[in-house]
Design a protein around this ligand. Structure first.
Ligand SMILES: C[S@@+](CC[C@H](N)C(=O)[O-])C[C@H]1O[C@@H](n2cnc3c(N)ncnc32)[C@H](O)[C@@H]1O
Length: 208
């Protein structure tokens, strides 16, 4: 893995996630770590999108997408690179990546409503060719392999808050990421719960 780990603090609508920022040892849990929470959230956002065409919340705001895009540009990631958006939510970032010229995009999310919303958002932008799959990143049976770039905006944060399997989930995440990335692939993570140092420590385990 290239040294491309990013951490970002902020996003005015993310106070629930920020509430739990603390050292790794006493990190709290939250409903934001559960599939039910995200399914309810994206069910509501899907209805809103159908009603008024609003894509809903973009985690960490629009600037977080620009920031990752600037980094991709600086890292000279070619438009042909295969890019995986881990926990794509409403798919808004896939839309931005496609608009930027990236042609080999995949989104995954474990919430069926998120997948339906992301597909609807992409379709509205004439981007139905971008695949979005319903998949649990922590249980994807080796299906994710060979990506040049993996992007996470808020998903590791959510996984870190899971009331059931926090420690196991975090370890599994690193293992799956390692399998999903090509050798010398890039990983970009935006987090409001973890510091850059904590992320570098976590993701340097087992990934070189
Ligand atoms: C904070 S939201 C971020 C959504 C999107 N990346 C964004 O920036 O707007 C976290 C997302 O991760 C998804 N997620 C959480 N755990 C997951 C898992 N184990 N596998 C796949 N998706 C997961 C949730 O369904 C949700 O869409």
């Amino acid at each position: 893995m290239e040294d491309a780990t990013k951490s970002s603090h902020g996003g005015e609508n993310n106070s629930d996630l920020e509430e739990d920022r603390s050292s790794e040892e006493d990190f709290g849990t939250s409903e934001l770590g559960t599939k039910e929470y995200w399914e309810d959230t994206y069910q509501r956002e899907l209805e809103t999108f159908k009603d008024i065409g609003d894509v809903g919340e973009i985690w960490f705001g629009e600037e977080s997408m620009s920031r990752v895009l600037r980094w991709m540009d600086k890292a000279k990631i070619p438009e042909s690179a295969s890019v995986l958006d881990i926990g794509t939510g409403n798919g808004a970032f896939l839309v931005e990546l496609a608009k930027q010229g990236y042609k080999n995009l995949t989104g995954i999310d474990y919430s069926p409503a998120s997948v339906e919303l992301a597909k609807s958002v992409l379709q509205a932008e004439d981007l139905s060719n971008v695949p979005v799959k319903e998949m649990d990143f922590l249980n994807c049976q080796g299906e994710l392999k060979g990506f040049d770039v993996c992007i996470d905006k808020g998903t590791f944060d959510a996984i870190s808050l899971n009331p059931g399997n926090k420690a196991e989930g975090k370890k599994l995440y690193v293992q799956t990421l390692k399998d999903a990335l090509k050798d010398n692939g890039f990983f970009s993570i935006t987090s409001c719960n973890w510091t850059k140092e904590q992320l570098l420590e976590r993701f340097s385990e087992g990934i070189s």
